[in-house]
Design a protein around this ligand. Structure first.
Ligand SMILES: O=C(O)[C@H](O)[C@@H](O)[C@H](O)[C@H](O)COP(=O)(O)O
Length: 264
């Protein structure tokens, strides 16, 4: 097993977690821009977009601390098979929480939502999204897996992440980049998700998990054999120190796994 994941815990979301998350995201942004002039990020839904907005919409404190949105390409780590203006859409959530709030002088990222045709056929939605990823990540060369510069995820109370759920057969799938699911235990039932190998391949993987409701599952994920088999645990085990967790104190109150102070 490689090096363990990084676990950060903060007293306050607004005053500590968000500024540290900003620092982390901008480190990945600046690295990626140096590497290939573009920052490719995958984001999921849940509470993440709101916390991300707190991090990214704060004023810049100077050099190296500028969010270069026009150089960002934003993808969805998972999406629900609903129209883009539907209450359940992750794209709608990201748009309302973050994109619509970006001041006009900062410019907008290029965002890649799912296609709205054939929403009733979740396999079709997954295939279309995979085709999109192939056209971007394998434009010139054939690549085995798409390389996101950063994948930002949440953690469900059952240990799911993206739309990869505990004990679900999708966890064993290796072939496609994007899978559909029609029996998601968290509604709505029809969704698409990046595959586990795609997530593990990400250059960096950041989890944001806050609130007392996450306490039990985080203890399990970080401290038990059973938890290491949950989707979040599989990512910790498979991606090691490429993974960073941004948690608040209530979420990790009982977790004795060593924490890091701050992203500095
Ligand atoms: O579309 C979804 O349902 C999400 O992508 C899902 O994976 C989410 O990130 C977790 O359920 C955590 O959600 P919370 O942060 O709201 O607990």
């Amino acid at each position: 097993m490689g090096r363990p994941p990084n676990l950060y815990s903060f007293q306050s979301i607004d005053d500590e977690l968000a500024p540290n998350l900003r620092k982390y995201v901008l480190e990945q942004q600046n690295e990626a821009l140096k590497r290939h002039g573009v920052f490719r990020v995958a984001v999921s839904g849940g509470s993440l977009p709101k916390t991300l907005a707190k991090a990214l919409l704060a004023p810049s404190s100077g050099e190296g601390d500028t969010v270069e949105f026009p150089k960002w390409e934003v993808f969805y780590a998972d999406e629900r098979c609903v129209p883009l203006d539907h209450e359940d859409s992750n794209h709608k959530l990201v748009k309302e929480e973050l994109l619509d709030k970006i001041p006009s002088d900062m410019g907008q990222p290029k965002v890649y939502p799912i296609e709205e045709q054939n929403l009733e056929n979740e396999q079709e939605v997954a295939d279309q999204y995979e085709k999109l990823l192939v056209s971007i990540f394998a434009a010139r060369d054939s690549v085995k897996l798409p390389l996101f510069d950063l994948i930002l995820l949440g953690c469900g109370p059952d240990g799911h992440t993206c739309s990869l759920f505990p004990d679900h057969p999708l966890l064993r799938e290796q072939d496609a980049w994007v899978y559909s699911i029609s029996d998601s235990p968290k509604p709505p039932s029809k969704r698409i998700t990046l595959s586990l190998p795609v997530v593990l391949h990400g250059a960096k993987i950041g989890f944001v998990a806050t609130g007392g409701g996450k306490q039990e599952v985080l203890k399990k994920i970080f401290e038990t054999e059973e938890g290491s088999k949950l989707p979040c645990g599989l990512i910790n085990a498979g991606a090691g120190d490429k993974v960073s967790w941004f948690c608040d104190s209530p979420a990790v109150e009982n977790v004795s796994f060593p924490r890091r102070g701050s992203v500095m």
